[in-house]
Design a protein around this ligand. Structure first.
Ligand code: AMP
Ligand code: ZN
Length: 112
């Protein structure tokens, strides 16, 4: 499968990984949009949130819990934003589900 995030999971392309367990990998975004910008991804290839199934609910919860724990570790005590871009209108550019963890600056609403 020609999926860049599956290759990061497999270790065949490099990434600055900060966490890995049986189900997920977290690494720094290559093109950060905030002082702290980390991606948390499932090891399992799920193309987007729209393709997640009921059985993926524990995995999705694990991704969010990991994002919150990494935010604590990164010292984002003032808060942060978690984003899951989904599909073309969601601005998704990599078709492997990923949770953006953005922090270290004031976020604004609405996002672009
Ligand atoms: P999205 O546009 O929401 O699908 O997010 C995809 C994110 O993946 C973007 O923020 C990219 O900067 C990031 N990205 C793409 N390729 C890599 C890579 N090789 N290593 C780390 N982050 C990447
Ligand atoms: Zn993948």
């Amino acid at each position: 499968m020609d999926c860049i995030f599956c290759k990061i999971v497999a270790g065949t392309i490099p990434a600055k990984k900060i966490r890995e367990d049986d189900e997920l990998v977290a690494f720094f975004d290559i093109d950060p949009k905030a002082p702290t910008h980390i991606l948390v991804i499932p090891k399992k290839h799920i193309a987007s949130l729209a393709q997640a199934e009921a059985g993926d609910a524990p995995l999705l919860g694990h991704l969010l819990e990991a994002a919150a724990d990494i935010a604590r570790e990164q010292g984002l005590a003032q808060g942060y934003r978690v984003v899951i871009s989904t599909g073309p209108h969601g601005g998704q550019t990599v078709d492997h589900l990923h949770v953006h963890l953005l922090g270290g600056r004031q976020m604004h609403w609405p996002p672009g």
